[in-house]
Design a protein around this ligand. Structure first.
Ligand code: DX5
Ligand code: ZN
Length: 217
């Protein structure tokens, strides 16, 4: 069964606690938190303070997606704030292996993120260390964009490598996930699907989560 990670980027920030509780009640598996710095991506969103504020509200896994330059500078503060998974873009850190080690040293799971144009080969030598690989299915920066189909081959490739090499990472997809695109991802081997506008754009968030799970089968 696919795991659904609603992205609070599309939630109503004036009542964030309720927005998190509602998706937890509706069957969400992770809470996805999109951190943007206005440098790595052309948008600024939230920081460790928001993670800290959400932590006591939910027992779900807090899945923190860092879209920031030199993410190693902030790993410790996000770990302290209560992140369960911290994912960094290979395009944003000079020493990916060192950054993964740093994340793990804080007791948090380490994820690696690939932009749509970045090949799996770019992270090939860090895969044995990864707890999660996040395949961007849109260009990072905004919610509500359209799914880029060309990225699906990378999901397949990561799934095959995982089987072949007995790696243990989860494969997550992020961007443009709807009831029409989710099966492309899960058929290719994705385990976790982030969904922002699809879930928070509906009044009944629980029904939206269930319809994604159903469409993924
Ligand atoms: C994009 C973010 C996504 C975004 C997804 O930069 O990483 O997590 O919130 O939003 P939707 O599901 O609306 O494409
Ligand atoms: Zn994200």
């Amino acid at each position: 069964m696919v795991k659904i990670a609603p992205s609070i980027l599309s939630a109503d920030f004036s009542k964030l606690g309720d927005e998190v509780r509602e998706v937890e009640k509706g069957g969400a598996d992770y809470i996805h938190i999109d951190v943007m710095d206005g440098m790595f991506v052309p948008n600024i969103t939230m920081g460790a303070l928001v993670v800290e504020a959400i932590r006591p509200v939910t027992s779900l896994t807090l899945d923190v997606h860092l879209m920031i330059e030199q993410p190693e500078r902030y790993v410790e503060s996000f770990a302290k704030a209560g992140a369960d998974i911290i994912s960094v873009h290979v395009e944003a850190t000079k020493h990916l292996h060192r950054t993964i080690q740093l994340i793990k040293s804080t007791g948090v799971k380490a994820g690696i993120v690939l932009n749509p144009h970045t090949p799996v080969e770019a992270i090939r030598h860090c895969l044995s260390e990864a707890d999660l690989v996040l395949v961007m299915t849109v260009n990072p920066g905004f919610g509500g964009q359209s799914f880029i189909k060309e990225t699906v081959t990378k999901i397949k490739e990561l799934n095959e490598l995982r089987n072949h090499e007995r790696y243990s990472y989860e494969i997550e997809v992020d961007g443009g996930v709807t009831d029409e695109t989710i099966a492309l991802c899960t058929n290719a081997g994705a385990d976790v699907a982030v969904a922002g506008s699809y879930v928070y754009g509906k009044n009944d968030r629980g029904a939206a989560i269930q319809s994604l799970k159903k469409a993924a089968k």
